[in-house]
Design a protein around this ligand. Structure first.
Ligand SMILES: [Zn+2]
Length: 238
């Protein structure tokens, strides 16, 4: 007699382990931003363990419990010789000794999961919203495809209301209740690293990062601790 189908068909043994490994990967990809560095001034080789003494783990909040943990390469679009170019950058990694999570140490102007750097997004937004240039002309001026220009505009549109909200909260009342796109872009640009740093603090995610936009699974984001006050100062770090 033939076995009933549900006994003959064993569930795939791969299903459970695959799901578990996906979850662990998601947990390990977290980030610490160093807002004293940009794509151009960042050098993964210069980081020392002591640089993270006052930094909190974005996953478990333990302070200063890091060891250096190699590096990886990624590429990012930046401005070079009057054109948008893709360049490689070596990104430092650190590992939290308390929760064993690995964190990428990102320069302040890189956008996680995006080729676009913050500088290039603002370059494109400035031409489009402040100068009124059409997409094809911006693509021609920057030496890149028009799809690339649209991806920057798309990232902006997704975050526009969050950006307005940030400026209303950060400005103590001197920003008008409704901002048009030109007004928003002007505010972001001066100075843009300060904007990104503040946006992360308020929203717990970097501006213009589209991945995980509608999901609660966005990776925790941390920041490198500020430079300690001079010896003899009354101000102490927590
Ligand atoms: Zn940790």
């Amino acid at each position: 007699m033939e076995k009933p189908l549900f006994l003959a068909e064993k569930p795939s043994p791969n299903l459970t382990p695959r799901r578990r490994s996906f979850r662990s990967v998601a947990y390990q990809k977290t980030m610490v931003f160093d807002f004293s560095k940009t794509f151009k001034t960042y050098d993964a080789k210069t980081y020392k363990k002591e640089d993270f003494t006052g930094t909190r783990c974005p996953r478990c909040y333990a302070a200063g419990r890091f060891k250096l943990h190699g590096s990886y390469r990624r590429h990012a679009a930046y401005w070079h010789m009057s054109k948008i170019t893709c360049e490689f950058i070596e990104i430092k990694r650190i590992k939290c000794l308390s929760c064993k999570t690995t964190h990428a140490v990102m320069p302040g102007d890189l956008i996680p999961y995006k080729l676009l750097s913050l500088f290039i997004v603002l370059f494109i937004l400035g031409l489009f919203y402040l100068e009124g240039e059409p997409v094809l002309k911006i693509a021609e001026a920057g030496g890149f495809s028009f799809q690339f220009i649209y991806s920057a505009l798309y990232a902006y549109r997704k975050h526009a209301s969050g950006i307005s909200q940030y400026f209303r909260e950060a400005s103590a009342g001197d920003v008008p209740p409704t901002l048009d796109d030109a007004g928003i872009v002007s505010l972001i640009r001066e100075p843009f690293l300060e904007f990104q740093s503040g946006y992360i603090e308020l929203n717990k995610r970097p501006c213009f990062m589209c991945k995980f936009f509608n999901s609660a699974k966005a990776p925790p984001i941390g920041r490198l601790a500020p430079i300690p006050p001079p010896v003899g100062s009354n101000i102490t770090l927590e």
